[in-house]
Design a protein around this ligand. Structure first.
Ligand code: SF4
Ligand code: SF4
Length: 474
């Protein structure tokens, strides 16, 4: 029997299987324990987060009135830390060559009928111009694991290309990177290349399932994959993004494993995950989601989002276009702070849409709307779409960022930055309809800036944007 040790460097000790099983049994035994649930909710109201055990009880809670309280509290925490802002980003797939055998992903090495593509630097340039012309400022680049086709040098060169392109008023100001687990040395190179967040999905925390789902390739090594964030942090990257693929294993197991991972990062590096993504398995070439028996329904999905929001209030939460408009609408107010919009999950496809027979997509997109439609939709629900990338560019990363976040001072930056970047979007890229709604929103939101001096500066910058200046930030 292994013992849970969040400070351990070993994957099997900081993600302790026995502790997860104990936690699940404890949660099951207490799912109707109103007194305990009240106690946990009381602690959660302090907005300092919960332990994996406490959060697991909330996730399992089957008392209707307490569940309502859980959702209400998640909503309130979301408002307190993230206000009504939603940050936008787009994925950019560089290459789908991959040597791994992941059973849930169409890029697995044995899939012979998917189109294999790797973009040249010229193609990347063309894609980035298309993304800039949509209005994007923040990208998440993705690539399969393939030391021959996608070596670290290729990734670094691509990052350099992306940052170098200044088309019209466009610029990609933050490149987040989602590539396979690698060495400290390579993480150091990524850090030096100026990446934002390093994202690596665990897929599943259950070692036995993990090994079955990754039968071949370097990703088969559970410990190497699970300890990747520690190596990334050792390499100087202090913003890391976690995620599991819901549907592969029992969601209760994954939920606890993920929170243990967050506890581990906090215990060892003094800073928890920057973001947590909540992807659910989707249909794709060669992949049938029904082949996995742990799929979760929309109610469970909403509960997971709410409980993560309560358990780690300072961690941003991401939902992608894997989710439909309806499903995204449901979870936005419960804790999501970042969404993708106008996404393509193929290699390329932004500049020139992919032909059907050339399908290179990692999964089918559920939300196919354009970025402008997504922006309009967000504003019509009262959310401020934000293209802000200020923190990492101002050196507010890692523990510096977390301190500001915990004291809620970050709000004094996020809100004005959201208005300024929205103004840039409206001026440069929006349709008339979106422009109109956006102008009214900015006007109304100016009244919600508490400090007069900040408000005056925002008003000044808003008119400077109209005069052609760009990139103001707090
Ligand atoms: S999930 Fe990643 S590592 Fe696995 S097959 Fe797909 S691209 Fe390759
Ligand atoms: S100010 Fe920082 S935390 Fe706030 S939206 Fe911008 S980058 Fe994110």
């Amino acid at each position: 029997m292994s013992v849970y040790d969040p400070k351990s460097a070993k994957a099997e000790e900081f993600i302790c299987h026995d502790e997860i099983l104990d936690t699940l049994a404890y949660a099951e035994a207490n799912k109707n324990n109103a007194a305990l649930i009240d106690e946990i909710l009381e602690k959660a109201r302090l907005r300092k987060g919960l332990s994996h055990r406490e959060a697991a009880v909330l996730l399992d809670c089957s008392l209707e009135d307490k569940n309502q309280e859980i959702f209400k509290l998640a909503e309130q925490i979301k408002k307190d830390f993230y206000g009504n802002r939603i940050v936008l980003f787009a994925p950019l797939y560089l290459s789908n060559y991959c040597v791994n055998g992941c059973l849930y992903c169409p890029y697995h090495a044995k899939n012979k009928h998917i189109a294999r593509k790797k973009m040249t630097q010229d193609e990347i340039r063309r894609e980035v111009i298309a993304l800039q012309d949509m209005g994007h400022k923040r990208l998440a680049i993705e690539a399969g694991e393939d030391p021959v086709n996608n070596p670290i040098e290729y990734i670094l060169e691509s990052i350099k290309t992306i940052y170098s392109i200044k088309h019209k008023n466009g610029a990609i100001r933050r490149v987040n990177v989602n590539i396979a687990a690698t060495t400290v040395e390579n993480y150091r190179k990524l850090h030096e290349a100026g990446i934002g967040t390093y994202i690596l999905f665990q897929e599943t925390y259950n070692k036995e399932s993990y090994e079955k789902l990754h039968p071949t390739g370097p990703k088969h090594d559970y410990a190497y994959h699970t300890e990747a964030m520690d190596r990334a942090m050792e390499g100087g990257i202090d913003d890391v993004g976690l995620g599991v693929l819901y549907g592969l294993e029992s969601y209760r197991y994954e939920f606890v494993g993920q929170l243990m991972h967050a506890e581990h990062l906090e215990a060892v590096h003094g800073v928890g995950p920057h973001t947590i993504s909540v992807p659910r398995i989707r249909h794709a070439d060669d992949i049938d989601p029904d082949a996995f028996d742990n799929g979760i329904d929309d109610d469970t999905f909403a509960k997971i989002v709410a409980c993560i929001r309560i358990a780690v209030p300072y961690t941003g939460m991401i939902v992608s276009t894997r989710e439909s408009q309806k499903s995204r609408e449901r979870v936005l107010h419960l804790g999501i702070s970042q969404i993708s919009g106008g996404s393509k999950t193929s290699v390329g496809g932004y500049a020139v849409p992919e032909k059907e027979e050339e399908n290179s997509a990692q999964f089918d997109v559920s939300d196919n709307r354009t970025l402008d439609e997504v922006i309009y939709w967000l504003m019509s629900m009262g959310y401020i779409p934000s293209f802000c990338t200020a923190c990492y560019r101002e050196g507010r990363t890692g523990d510096r960022f977390m301190e500001l976040c915990k004291s809620k001072q970050i709000q004094n930056c996020c809100h004005p930055n959201a208005l300024l970047t929205l103004k840039e979007y409206l001026t440069d890229y929006a349709s008339e309809k979106t422009k109109e709604l956006g102008a009214a929103m900015i006007q109304a939101e100016l009244g919600n800036i508490p400090k007069e001096k900040v408000r005056e500066l925002v008003v000044k910058h808003l008119s400077e944007i109209e005069e052609g200046k760009r990139d103001f930030r707090f």
